[in-house]
Write a protein that binds this ligand. Structure first.
Ligand SMILES: [Zn+2]
Length: 104
């Protein structure tokens, strides 16, 4: 399953490469064929924002309610890691790539 490059229209982006393109605020990764840079679009940006906020809320909630160091670690670190992993997997398989706006 390859993703379409917004510049040349060819299916050149593997899920692994697409996930590493980053969001709209990043520099992005060059297309293997035409060499122009691409990033993940608005839906990805919105999802990452929601995930980060949810992770942050869980971490703050956990900070006030934890009973043991193990519980603190689980509730304080796990939401953050999960948010990163879910966001990464989403970028791998869903959402279109768009042209990078930011200059190198
Ligand atoms: Zn291309």
């Amino acid at each position: 399953m390859m993703h379409v490059c917004p510049h040349c229209g060819e299916k050149t982006f593997s899920p692994w490469l697409k996930a590493r393109c980053g969001g709209m605020s990043s520099v992005g990764k060059p297309c293997p064929k035409c060499g122009k840079r691409c990033v993940n679009g608005k839906i990805s940006l919105a999802l990452h924002t929601v995930l980060s906020l949810a992770g942050l809320v869980l971490i703050i909630y956990n900070y006030f309610t934890f009973n043991s160091p193990a519980e603190f670690l689980l509730g304080g670190v796990l939401p953050f890691v999960l948010a990163q992993v879910i966001g990464f997997v989403f970028d791998m398989f869903f959402c279109r790539l768009i042209e990078a706006i930011k200059r190198e």
